[in-house]
Design a protein around this ligand. Structure first.
Ligand SMILES: Cc1cc2nc3c(=O)[nH]c(=O)nc-3n(C[C@H](O)[C@H](O)[C@H](O)COP(=O)(O)O)c2cc1C
Length: 204
């Protein structure tokens, strides 16, 4: 896979993974962040691995450059407001983690980092996955939005006629990259021609 530079080579992004369906989004995001040389950190909830096992036959392939952190240790830089990431993306985000972030429980490292990101006014993106939504989910989304977070439901689009599951997933992942501020050429935009063949990276 070719490497390309992003507009800000110092961009630090924390990717949180929970036990919601959608491990393919995590996989594609990690690949694209590394492709654009974003400093990428990864933290997973205990339930994430169960869903990954069910959804990704080969497991989650974590690129070498990604720095992994443990959910039960606060010894990662982003657990303190003195050293927040530029952005945190929880992808996929379960309704349970959404609720805990909305309540500010901070009971493990992922939740503490989300809390830090909000209080330090950095970018928090929750790629939520559940349907239908109950009123509790909606109220929690409202609370996170009011606190400055972005609720970005995992809602793929089909108007570019994606041919593979990876291309479908990328219709969501490109929106994440846009919001983080990564200048990328993944996929295509509405009313724009496909850039180059380089916009497509191989399936895993
Ligand atoms: C295969 C599988 C798929 C799941 N999908 C979802 C989902 O899409 N959304 C959700 O909110 N919970 C989903 N769950 C339930 C969560 O894993 C569960 O609520 C868990 O407590 C979430 O914990 P976490 O937020 O700490 O990862 C799923 C569970 C399994 C086993």
């Amino acid at each position: 896979m070719g490497q390309e530079t992003t507009s800000d080579p110092k961009l630090r992004v924390l990717v949180g993974v929970t036990g919601a369906s959608g491990a393919i989004y995590t996989q594609r995001l990690l690949q694209h962040l590394c492709r654009y040389q974003v400093q990428t950190h990864l933290i997973m909830s205990p339930y994430a691995s169960q869903v990954i096992e069910a959804e990704l036959p080969g497991g989650l392939v974590v690129p070498d450059k990604v720095q992994r952190h443990q959910s039960k240790s606060m010894n990662l830089p982003f657990a303190s407001g003195s050293n927040p990431p530029d952005a945190m993306v929880v992808v996929p985000c379960s309704m349970g983690t959404l609720a805990r972030i909305a309540q500010g429980t901070s009971e493990d490292a992922m939740l503490r980092c989300a809390d830090v990101v909000l209080k330090e006014r950095r970018k928090l993106i929750l790629v939520t996955r559940e349907t239908p939504l109950n009123l509790i989910h909606i109220r929690n989304m409202e609370a996170v939005t009011e606190a400055g977070g972005v609720i970005m439901p995992a809602s793929p689009h089909f108007y570019h006629q994606p041919k593979t599951i990876e291309e479908i997933a990328d219709t969501v992942v490109t929106r994440i990259l846009d919001h983080i501020g990564v200048q990328h050429q993944v996929g295509s935009r509405w009313q724009q021609l496909l850039p180059e063949a380089s916009s497509r990276i191989p399936d895993r």
